[in-house]
Design a protein. Structure first.
Length: 435
């Protein structure tokens, strides 16, 4: 079997709205995803719809309106011959779809596919699920997975090989599956990070993002969409019975141009978190990513096919990795995932020129970069998810297309896209520019 190179031809995304109270609240997300796919193909007229062999749909919430196989492809005007699959690796769902399509291309079982991610977050997250049968003693989440017993502790290795500091016993003895924001506090405790470090990183991220918007950097990435402006009541709840005017939505909603240390310092810790190490609570809404809705798509093709069509691909996929860590320190998943991706690519961390690191929480970016020995000046040079937003299943594709376009723009060679994943995982992709 002869292996082939898989390349990123292009990618686009919708603007990312606030989840539950943003511009997409009155808009079907399957329609948004279909418009993103159509825009991607319209930008690349040499790629005919009949060439798209498979569409992978990444979605973390299993939303009933999004996971109906074939629906988005049909709405986008793709032919019946185009197949579809659904992936749920939580936050890494659309990067997972991209890697699966890339692998199929590499082994020669297909020539071209689209990795799509779409998510609706907020109050309508569970729409369509209510009214189903209640869980019984043999259905629903197994309560044992939320327990931490000595037997489980003794059975599971502590993954110390990935980290320069030990995981505190107090955190290891805590329940293995926890809310994401609690795992962020655990990372803060493990690395003894200060509130000032977290907030200062957040300010830098928003400043870079604001500057990128002023330069028009994201215009090549975001497609303007005509949407119905949602009508909200005084509690900021959407009123479905009332129709809003049609408007053009073309900018991420969560950018904070005036983000500063003073305002961030006034924010209280997120309710419900604790410090198992009896330290200060430091995770706030300010140094955490927002909840968002949005869609992203990446066009992937065999390099030889792309060249034959006269296309100019952005980057070649040269490394992929998925890694696991203790669920209590979920945010450190990018460390083993990136180590694996670097090994796959035959590279070292110092050879990476640009990084798109999903900013689920400022703390896990800071700690992971320390472990990987990647300087911050290479990371999220045009801002990150603290301001762009993190619509779970759509983020992975966004990271890949953003770093691919940044490599082309900057003339750099190697780029890394990486993110943490709920329950203790990470996923990473390494690209080589085709300038």
């Amino acid at each position: 079997m002869k292996f082939r190179n898989a390349v990123i031809v292009d990618g686009v995304r919708s603007p990312f709205s606030w989840g539950g109270r943003g511009m997409f609240e009155a808009t079907r997300m399957d329609e948004v995803a279909a418009k993103v796919v159509r825009a991607l193909l319209e930008r690349n007229p040499k790629v005919k719809p009949t060439m798209i062999e498979d569409v992978g749909i990444g979605n973390a919430a299993n939303s009933p309106d999004l996971v109906l196989l074939g629906a988005i492809s049909r709405l986008a005007g793709l032919p019946a011959e185009t197949t579809n699959f659904f992936t749920n690796r939580q936050c890494g769902s659309s990067m997972e779809t991209m890697q699966r399509i890339a692998m199929a291309i590499m082994v020669g079982s297909m020539d071209c596919g689209i990795a799509l991610g779409v998510e609706r977050m907020g109050r309508s997250l569970t729409a369509g699920r209510e009214g189903g049968p209640p869980p019984t003693r043999v259905t629903g989440p197994n309560p044992r997975i939320f327990e931490k017993t000595k037997l489980q502790r003794d059975m599971a290795e502590d993954h110390f090989k990935y980290f320069s500091v030990p995981i505190p016993d107090e955190i290891l003895d805590a329940p293995p599956l926890q809310p994401m924001v609690q795992t962020a506090q655990n990372v803060v405790d493990m690395y003894d990070l200060t509130r000032e470090e977290l907030d200062a990183y957040t300010v830098r991220s928003h400043k870079k993002l604001t500057a990128a918007y002023e330069k028009g950097i994201y215009k090549d990435e975001i497609i303007p969409l005509e949407v119905e402006k949602p009508v909200f009541n005084e509690k900021k709840e959407w009123i479905p019975e009332e129709r809003g005017e049609m408007v053009i939505f073309d900018r991420d909603e969560c950018v904070r141009p005036n983000c500063n240390m003073e305002d961030l310092g006034k924010l209280p810790p997120v309710k419900g978190i604790v410090s198992y190490c009896n330290k200060e609570l430091k995770i706030t809404a300010g140094n955490s990513c927002p909840t968002n809705s949005g869609a992203s798509a990446v066009l992937i093709m065999a390099e030889d096919v792309a060249i034959k069509l006269g296309l100019e691909p952005l980057a070649r996929i040269v490394g992929m990795g998925i890694g696991g860590v203790k669920g209590q320190i979920m945010g450190m998943g990018p460390v083993p995932a990136t180590i694996k991706a670097l090994k796959h690519a035959g590279l070292t961390a110092d050879q990476i020129d640009r990084v798109e690191f999903n900013e689920a929480f400022a703390c896990q970016v800071i700690a992971s970069l320390r472990e990987l020995k990647i300087p911050e000046e290479k990371v999220n040079v045009n801002g990150g998810s603290l301001g762009i937003g993190h619509p779970l299943g759509a983020t992975g594709a966004r990271l890949v297309l953003t770093v691919a376009k940044e490599l082309r723009r900057s003339g750099k060679r190697y780029g890394l896209a990486t993110q943490c994943i709920g329950a203790g995982q990470g996923i990473s992709t390494i690209l080589e520019a085709m300038n």
